[in-house]
Design a protein around this ligand. Structure first.
Ligand code: LLP
Length: 463
């Protein structure tokens, strides 16, 4: 999902199949700061380290494949979002990107809120100690049981996703003798520039209530009438891995337009708007993400301007970054196994994981980068495809990349920017054991999600 490819350079014609779009980087040992977590560095002896610990040591202690998460980087990113938006806004980390109790604790300590979208995420959030009133509950098909659990727990808001859910949540709240704070998620009709599967604001899809045809206005009418609901705002999430702010601009314009219509019709100024998550990160050197302070400035300005135009009090803004916080903080460490050169094509490098720990390449054609991390090499660049060990030819982790030609079985390679939507979308395909997440900070490593074992697999098999 990188946006552009490097132009082919004649110097590298010998390592590229004809017509191949990219060229190798000048120095394969160089770690591009854009894609690696902040404490990742190469030690003088050539081994890459994170949080002050060499990956060779981490591999010995925790095995491979493993997700290595830079806790310092995570906290810095969380704090940067919090600081950028300030006291007049709320940052809800989107738990779907990656959630564990340790992460919940860090978020709590750094002053962030949490967005969950299932009973399982809600349980993890509560179990990690996030105060319920700082949790937002999302989802297009929340079960009555999930709704009941969320309301009983006292979640700060439920984001209503359909006409049926407006009634369902109101009914459950009333039966529990409560009035639930809610937002209504609308689709503003924006075509976000991202992969079709992760664009969510155009109308022909399952999320939200369309603004078009007055449907969102009708949803507001109904919600305002129901005793079990306290409507606090409007929610919009336009998609994921987005670099261009213009989609957010259109979304803010339309959400504020709805707030104005609500004021005109009902005499009510809703106090909050949520503009969702979706900010892109660098997966390869070609991606240029924006910093949280730039995003905050842009969003605050857009909303303030729109509200001034509509003569509305500026509502409290919230945002829901997931990938932009956790994505760059982790990399996946693999051990190289079979290496298969295919003449005139490329070399297939098999690792000890694959689509079970990173489905994003197969699912979205996502682009990743890769580096040799257990040593440096001065060998010539070799065009590789990093593949897993699953029984599927689409089992690709990195589609096109360069590694040194002296790569050998037993070398450690790492794929950066795998903190978001990798462990959280991991599977047991071929009965693979899902890798651990190891948090590293100031010379200390600690497992925050342990590796699955064969006993774990067999425990579920009760036949
Ligand atoms: N808020 C809502 C309502 C969402 O649906 C999402 C993501 C987010 C926030 C966080 O978006 P982020 O800041 O992480 O982009 N599995 C896909 C991404 C799916 C995103 C789903 N919703 C991927 O791997 O790219």
């Amino acid at each position: 999902m990188s946006r552009s490819a490097h132009p082919a350079g004649p110097r590298h014609a010998d390592v590229l199949p004809e017509g191949h779009p990219s060229a190798p980087p000048a120095d394969l040992n160089h770690l591009d700061r854009k894609v690696w977590a902040s404490t990742v560095t190469r030690t003088p002896d050539g081994v890459v380290s994170v949080g002050g610990i060499e990956v060779t040591r981490l591999a010995e202690e925790f095995g491979t494949p493993a997700y290595l998460l830079d806790e310092t980087d995570f906290r810095e990113r969380a704090r940067a979002w919090r600081t950028a938006f300030g006291a007049d806004a709320d940052v809800f980390y989107a738990g779907k990107a990656f959630l564990s109790r340790a992460v919940v604790r860090w978020l709590h300590e750094e002053g962030l809120n949490l967005d969950v979208c299932s009973g399982g995420e809600l349980t993890t959030a509560l179990s990690g100690g996030m105060p319920a009133d700082r949790i937002a509950f999302h989802g297009n098909n929340k079960s009555v049981h999930e709704i009941e659990t969320a309301i009983r727990a006292g979640v700060g808001r439920i984001v209503l996703d359909s006409f049926q859910e407006i009634v369902r949540v109101a009914h459950v709240a009333q039966s529990l003798g409560k009035r639930q704070r809610v937002q209504i998620r609308i689709t503003v009709g924006v075509e976000a520039h991202t992969h079709e599967f992760i664009a969510t604001a155009h109308e022909d899809q399952k999320f939200g209530i369309p603004l078009a045809g007055g449907q969102a206005a009708e949803a507001v009418r109904r919600a305002l009438q129901l005793d079990g609901l306290e409507l606090i705002g409007i929610h919009s999430h336009i998609g994921s891995q987005i670099f261009d702010m213009s989609g957010f601009e259109v979304a803010a314009h339309r959400v504020v337009g709805l707030l104005k219509d609500i004021r005109d019709e009902h005499g009510v100024e809703l106090p909050e708007i949520d503009l969702g998550g979706g900010l892109g990160i660098a997966y390869t050197s070609d991606d240029d993400p924006r910093e949280p302070h730039e995003i905050a400035k842009a969003l605050n300005e857009i909303v303030a301007r729109e509200c001034e135009g509509a003569k509305l009090r500026t509502p409290r803004i919230s945002v829901e970054p997931g990938r932009a916080i956790v994505g760059p903080t982790a990399f996946t460490l693999y051990e190289v196994g079979t290496i298969k050169p295919l003449d005139g094509l490329r070399t297939y490098v098999s690792v000890d994981g694959g689509m079970s720990d990173n489905i994003r390449t197969a699912l979205y054609d996502a682009e990743y980068s890769v580096a040799l991390v257990s040593r440096t090499s001065e060998a010539a660049p070799m065009l590789v495809r990093v593949v897993g060990k699953h029984c599927e030819s689409g089992d690709i982790v990195v589609k096109d990349a360069f590694l040194p030609a002296d790569l050998a079985p037993g070398d450690l390679i790492a794929v950066p920017a795998t903190g978001a939507y990798c462990r959280s979308m991991a599977s047991n395909y071929n009965h693979a054991l899902r890798p651990p997440v190891v948090a590293v900070r100031d010379g200390e490593a600690r497992v925050i999600v342990r590796r699955e074992t064969e006993e774990d697999l067999l425990r579920l098999d009760v036949g």
